[in-house]
Design a protein around this ligand. Structure first.
Ligand SMILES: [Zn+2]
Length: 312
């Protein structure tokens, strides 16, 4: 299900010298990806404007500059795909503008005829297509992309943010949990992955937690699991997005406290990891503090013993 409705971007102005919003969006998007945008040289068929994007590739032989001709086609309002008639003479246009590559920037999808035509060019010029799905996946991947998305898709983003709540600003830095296998940030842009707990039961039935870690589902989970086998431990796990649900979080913390009261124990490493995990998830279930609460906190922090110093 697509999150962004490209119809939020108005249709291109027919004629006139005004900048079209879809082209401004293309500039901001490509700038986000690291391209440098030069002035657009010409108008293509159907009024779509061409831009030139410069990519600087650094390699062992120094810097290579690649000039991309960017063709913007905004057909979301009709829903039609971009077809070969919309993109005539691609190779001539690329060469006439002194470029080495072609970028199709589309608010719908390329037709199969156009996809074939572009694929056929790839031995002569470099090509890449950003269609609505690819654009969306880049925008929703991180904070900078979300910032651009909010500017051009305010309604879609209000709905999306409601379904993908952002953490409350509790600590000075954004919460972060990195996969213990591949290092991926499991909390950005939205919580993902699992927390895994390895434990053994003593003869008296008491639980001893040996290791706690968090990781991506699938391969990372399997690889980390292999390193724990043969130690006589059994594993349990929870989905991190589930633990970030306020009521589940409260329940999960209660269960853990009850287990401590019942005499279960944690290794020093497992206990440190448990605290780190709880503090990292906490902003997802908390609200932003008010201004007066921030002032009160500053006052409390100056009193060494207050709130146990908050030194966990
Ligand atoms: Zn991973």
């Amino acid at each position: 299900m697509a999150a962004l409705d490209f119809k939020e971007i108005p249709e291109a102005h027919l004629g006139g010298g005004l900048q079209d919003t879809f082209e401004l969006f293309a500039r901001d998007f490509l700038t986000l990806l690291g391209y440098e945008i030069l002035e657009g040289p010409s108008r293509g068929a159907d009024g779509g404007k061409d831009l030139i994007a410069v990519e600087r590739r650094r390699g062992v032989g120094g810097e290579t500059v690649v000039r991309w001709l960017v063709s913007c086609k905004h057909k979301a309002h009709s829903g039609a795909s971009v077809n070969p008639a919309d993109e005539s003479n691609i190779r001539d246009r690329v060469e006439a503008n002194g470029c080495n590559g072609f970028v199709g920037f589309y608010s719908t999808l390329p037709s199969s005829g156009l996809s074939d035509a572009i694929a056929g060019l790839s031995t002569k010029v470099e090509t890449q297509i950003f269609d609505r799905e690819r654009i969306e996946s880049y925008l929703l991947k991180g904070a900078e992309g979300l910032h651009v998305a909010k500017r051009y898709f305010p309604k879609s983003m209000t709905a999306w943010m409601g379904e993908n709540p952002k953490p409350a600003k509790i600590f000075s830095t954004h919460p972060c949990l990195t996969c213990h296998h591949c290092g991926k940030d499991l909390l950005n842009p939205v919580p993902a992955g699992i927390i895994v707990i390895w434990q053994r039961r003593d003869i008296d039935g008491k639980k001893h937690v040996d290791t706690v870690y968090w990781c991506c589902k699938g391969n990372c989970d399997r690889r980390l699991g292999e390193s724990q086998r043969g130690k006589g431990l059994i594993d349990g796990w929870e989905d991190i997005p589930d633990v970030a649900i306020p009521l589940v979080f409260a329940k999960w913390v209660m269960v853990t406290l009850n287990e401590f009261q019942a005499g279960d124990t944690y290794s020093p490493l497992a206990f440190d990891r448990l605290k780190e995990f709880i503090l990292s998830i906490y902003p997802y279930v908390a609200r932003h503090p008010t201004e007066s609460e921030i002032e009160r906190m500053e006052g409390l922090m100056r009193i060494p013993a207050a709130l146990g110093g908050l030194g966990y």
